[in-house]
Design a protein around this ligand. Sequence first.
Ligand SMILES: *Cc1c(COP(=O)(O)O)cnc(C)c1O
Length: 433
Amino acid sequence: MMPVTWPSFSDIHPFAPVNQAQGYQEMFKNLGELLCTITGFDSFSLQPNAGAAGEYAGLMVIRAYHLARGDHHRNVCIIPVSAHGTNPASAAMCGMKIVTIGTDAKGNINIEDLRKAAESNKDNLSALMVTYPSTHGVYEEGIDEICKIIHDNGGQVYMDGANMNAQVGLTSPGWIGADVCHLNLHKTFCIPHGGGGPGMGPIGVKKHLAPFLPSHPVVPTGGIPSPDNSQPLGTISAAPWDASKIAILNANYMAKRLENYYPVLFRGVNGTVAHEFIIDLRSFKWPVPGTLMIEPTESESKAELDRFCDTLISIREEIAQIEKGKADINNNVLKGAPHPPSLLMGDAWTKPYSREYAAFPAPWLRTFKFWPTTGRVDNVYGDRNLVCTLLPASQVVEEQAACHGLVSSSMFLSLFLPQTYFNFPPRYNLMCI
Ligand SMILES: *Cc1c(COP(=O)(O)O)cnc(C)c1O
């Protein structure tokens, strides 16, 4: 991250004449070539600044391709119900007609549903948007067939590459049969993106789509030609291999550790998961409804993975105490958590479980614990009883201009913090946000 902060690197104007930014040009070219190699595509555009922007750009490329062939009517986009929310949003922004298809009990795309949707929309089919591995954390067995069905019916395959960290060095969107795909460099390749930016969602395309890649009126970009396949890129592409394998290994390690305590939904045919997995909490009354998606990525140490698993296992044990009648169903450590210092350090302790367990349910908490500042907030009460902590407008003389922002920020805080926290002047509330 350090070079990003060097003035010689960061102070350049985005529209500086290209001949004054040769170093940047070289980096763009290298990056595009590397991404081509990793993805099996022929050309890349580095313009989109987020995954969702990549989806939009990629669908516009597909649209331009159909238009260039005189297929003005091809505007149907098939999207499985399991897709990320940005998929249908992008298709809608491109003016496409969205046809949804279902998934089977294992979380895979229902191929017969897909075939029917593709065949009945044969004349107007524009694209399929598919995520691989799926958002359920499974390598879809039928992905080759899925791509073939779409191509046979005149459509193009858009692959949502947000889960690319489970493919790098093992397989690739181009090899599988996708025509265009975005990558989330801020996810898969760990580029810095703290605090809301910068993201990067470049799109890669097969040769036939390359002429349709986006350009720019000030600095023409267009696609970046693929490198000559006879020139291997040496060790540069070796590092991402590790990212994929370790991300997959980590997810499977955690799924294995947790499977005796929580049901793991959706696995591949050999019983393993991809880079993420879902545990089923529907049998418990839980603050998070339904299920929990766990995506450890490659960046956490084994100690951290274990800390997470140990915590989930110990919560399961606390649930078991209630199941066995050893803990009171209404007054127990789960219902009482989180325990803030104000409660733990008070003279009176009336809970049926020990103060020590409430503070340190796991041994490592003695060396590092994040102390919550408040006990559990009654969200439903907060939602139904909005409290505006501002003075009435008549009493706010100088700060009237800022009032709108303050109203919304204090409303937000009122929902999430107990009312005793609201003795602050409004300006302080704003700083909290
Ligand atoms: C994150 C994600 C996106 C959107 O990417 P952004 O960079 O957040 O716009 C799209 N699809 C999937 C599957 C994702 O995980």
